[in-house]
Every structure is written in C-alpha cells, then in structure tokens.
Design a binder for this molecule. Structure first.
Ligand code: SAM
Ligand code: SF4
Length: 463
C-alpha cells in the first residue's frame, strides 16, 4: 500500500503477519501470539494535512485573535460519524530537546539554534502548494504534532496559523491542538500559544512516577508535569494528556492508583498508550539483550482491562483503542484520521490524504528536516510520495482506521469504497464469536471482547 502513514503501515504489517491462523481468543494477545493486542498500534497515528476561498481579513494578529477567540463547539451534529465534512491540517515540528529511548517518531535533536523564520517560510510555501491542489476546503481542525511543537516560539505558531488562514477558509469553531512537553520552560509559552490561536493542548505526561519518568528518559518530574497540566487548565478551554502504561515492572495496583490520580487531574480527554518496543530504538536494543522486560501478554491484558474499567467508571470511556473522552470531547483532529476524512500533511515527514478529482491520494513529505527544507526551497514543497489509492487500499484503510473507533464503520460507505459489500459470512462468523456487532444504523463495530484482538478481527474482515 503506497504512502500509508507509519501507524497504518504497522497495522498492515500486523495483518500480513496473521495469515489464516488468526486466533480470536480474547486472551491470544501480545507478542508471540501473532494476534495483535495493539502493542505496536495503540498510538494515535502520526499521523496519525490548498487556494482557497476568500482568506479572512487582516494579517497575522487579527487571524491570531480570530482563532484565539474561537470557542470550540462539539455538538452531536459535528461529530456524527461519516457525515461531517471535516478537513484537517497536520503540521509536523520535527525537533526535540533530547531523544526519548522508546520513541521512533520523526524527531531530531539539533544542538545549534533552529532557524524558525526560515522554517516558517518553508511551512508557508508548503501550505500554499497544498492549498493550490485542494481549493474550496474549510479547515475544521489543525494539529501541531512532533517532535516537540512546544519548542516553537508562539510567533512561529501564529505565523503558520496565519499561512493556513490565508490559503484556506477556516471554520469558525476550528479545533487547534498543539502537542507540548510538560516542562516549566514550555509551560511559560502556553499564554503565547493561546494568543496565537491554539485552543487545545495535548501534554506528554507519560507517567506520574519519578522513577518511571527517569526510566523512560524523560527530562521532567511528575510534579513539573502536574504543574504544566494546571497551567494548561487555566489557559486553554480544552486539554488532554498522554500516559504510557505496561511499563517494565508496573503492577496492576500501581497502574490503577496512577491512573486514578491522573483522572483527578484530567478534564475531558486522556490518551493511554501501551509501551511499544519500536525497532531501532535504544529500548529495542535493551529489550533484545534481556535488560528491559515488558509485561507478558496476560499481564498486559490485565493492565488494559483495568484501564478500560477505571476510565469508564470515571466517565471517560474509550472512543478509540487508546483514547478516552467525555462524550463530545473527543479529539476532532484524530477523528479525521480514524473516520478517513481528508487531511493535509505539512512539514518534514508529514502524511496526508487528499481527495482530488474523485481519487484518494496518499501523500508524504521528506522526513529529514534539512533535506525537507532544501526540497521546499527548491520546488515549493517537500513531497516525496503522492500516489492514488486503489479502491481496495482505500477500503482496507477505512476498515483499519474505522474499526479502532467505538462507533465503528458505516457498511454502506465501505461498500462504496470497495465496490463490494463486506462479507456477510465473515461478519456472521465474528458476530458468533462476540467480536463484532452490527448496529441498526447500518454500522459495524468491534465489541469490548473484540478490541483486544482488533488486528485479527480486521485481518479476517479484510481478507
Ligand atoms: C509525538 S509523541 C509526544 C509529544 C511530545 N514530544 C512528548 O513527548 O510529550 C506522542 C505520544 O506518543 C506516545 N509514544 C511515543 N512513543 C511511544 C512508544 N514507544 N510506546 C508507547 N507510546 C509512545 C507518547 O505517549 C507521546 O506522548
Ligand atoms: S516522546 Fe516526544 S520528546 Fe521524546 S523523542 Fe519522542 S517526540 Fe521527542
């Protein structure tokens, strides 16, 4: 499948590895079983982004103020599956202060100063080039992901938002999220981001335990992270934070206590990822040499079950495999991915899905920041992949992404994409095993029993 973003590629890899031997036992999870307990897939896909209709009046400041004064409304109509005309813009900031040993995101450490003004010009050029291909869109969500976008100067964020607003129409209730590391230095910039137009932050807290944070190679303490959460709460209408669980040595009671503590600080949204051992990372080397032991499949399953139970009891049910929210407070940007809506990918290593001339196209840009800059400065965009998806690929992607959501998929939409219906026989087989259910509105979704073996369920349906 060409150009599928890293999360989807991994999912396709997982599927390919399943073959016909998929085991639907809910306990057949974790490494070694070949059946996905989502150990590699639980992160928000990185993914997880055109000339426009009339740009809003005024320059950067007025755009910033317009965006900043925007109140996010999440009514049922806006979030109703498969109907919202969402268009997301993903902006990738590829730099971090240091590299965490578990992380394989496209993030780079630069010891010299990063030339933000030069980067802003490149981001603006790529935004204009992408907008020229997708006229008439209205941007409903913007996501600054990384890397560490909270290393950006607020003026840089404002300038990129300005470029987006000059090139596309921007919805009145646009959701603008910025990923932030929870250090005191970065929290000092939060007000500036708010003024620039950011209305939601997503903080990488990772753990509320100093020993665990240190083992994860984080540069902040739990206290510092909670202080950053408190600052975010004062400044932004909406915030979320990430935790990593199924960490080496983590017990069920310890995770229950940590999660309960986290929920007391959470407002409306939490992302809870199982630690995945990513090839090529320092953690992978430690793991291979036996110096880093991750929970076995049964233990990981227990930690997963506790996560679902504690979050649901607190009114934060999972709306996606790893994402929990109060109903209506889901991350609208990530819903754009999971509902297979259209998004532009801007910046080094960003992936996009553009619907052009009735064809869905997978786009990706050069990953290495300096090479990306050179491409954009030379040809106006850093695109290295721009390929049409076949019907089968588009339909498979809809299955892969949509079945991660508690709301599931629209069977008619699948049929329109694939050119044939999803096999009734396979649906019946999975239903008999209690792994999927069909809803009256023509939707198919994975059940609580099915989620721990989601890869196998998707593999069976896509086969
Ligand atoms: C782009 S990263 C984080 C943004 C920000 N730089 C930070 O570290 O706070 C997005 C999230 O992916 C999760 N993540 C990254 N690598 C992971 C791994 N190997 N296993 C589980 N979660 C991971 C972390 O929770 C992280 O907050
Ligand atoms: S987890 Fe965040 S801070 Fe750490 S290397 Fe990855 S992107 Fe950078």
């Amino acid at each position: 499948m060409p150009g599928i973003d890293c999360g989807v590629e991994r999912r396709m890899g997982a599927r390919a590895g399943l073959g016909d031997a998929a085991d639907f036992s809910p306990l057949a999870c974790g490494e070694g079983s070949g059946v996905g307990f989502e150990r590699r897939d639980t992160r928000v896909p990185l993914s997880t982004r055109p000339r426009p209709d009339p740009p809003p009046p005024g320059g950067r400041e007025s755009v910033g103020r317009d965006l900043a004064s925007t109140r996010t409304r999440l009514d049922a109509g806006r979030t109703s599956p498969d109907r919202d005309p969402a268009f997301g813009v993903y902006v990738h900031w590829p730099f971090c202060r240091s590299k965490c040993p578990y992380c394989d995101f496209n993030s780079h450490v630069r010891h010299g100063l990063v030339d933000e003004q030069r980067l802003v010009r490149a981001f603006a050029a790529e935004i204009a080039a992408t907008a020229a291909r997708t006229p008439g869109r209205t941007v409903s969500t913007i996501f600054f992901g990384g890397g560490t976008p909270s290393l950006m100067e607020p003026a840089t964020v404002a300038a990129i938002l300005d470029a987006i607003a000059k090139n596309w129409r921007v919805s009145d209730d646009v959701e603008v999220t910025l990923e932030a590391n929870p250090t005191s230095v970065e929290a000092r910039r939060f007000k500036g981001y708010r003024t620039a137009g950011v209305n939601r932050v997503s903080l990488g807290v990772q753990a509320l335990d100093d020993a665990a944070l240190s083992a994860l190679g984080r540069t902040h303490t739990a206290r510092e992270a909670l202080d950053a959460v408190a600052i975010a709460r004062r400044i932004f209408e909406r915030y979320s934070f990430d935790l990593i669980y199924a960490r080496p040595g983590q017990t069920v009671p310890a995770w229950r206590a940590e999660l309960t503590g986290a929920i007391s600080q959470a407002a409306e949204h939490l992302s809870l990822y199982q630690l995945t051992i990513e090839p090529g990372t320092p953690f992978a080397a430690l793991h291979a040499s036996g110096r880093l032991a991750t929970p076995d499949a049964d233990h990981a399953r227990n930690l997963y079950d506790i996560t679902q139970e504690v979050c649901a009891a607190a009114g934060l049910p999972a709306y996606e495999v790893s994402n929990h929210a109060r109903p209506g407070a889901e991350c609208r940007h990530n819903l754009v991915y999971w509902r297979c809506r259209e998004y532009a990918g801007i910046g080094p290593g960003a992936h996009g899905r553009l619907d052009i001339g009735g064809v869905r196209r997978a786009t990706a840009t050069e990953r290495q920041p300096e090479a990306w800059l050179a491409l954009v400065e030379g040809q106006g965009s850093g695109l290295v992949t721009d390929e049409p998806l076949s019907r089968t690929e588009a339909a498979d992607e809809y299955l892969l992404m949509g079945l991660r959501l508690a709301e599931g998929i629209d069977l008619n939409r699948f049929e329109r994409l694939a050119g044939h219906p999803l096999s009734a026989e396979r649906i019946a087989h999975l239903t008999q095993h209690g792994l999927v259910e069909t809803l009256a509105a023509g939707r198919l979704r994975v059940t609580a029993t099915g989620f721990p073996v989601l890869n196998a369920v998707v593999a069976d349906l896509a086969a």
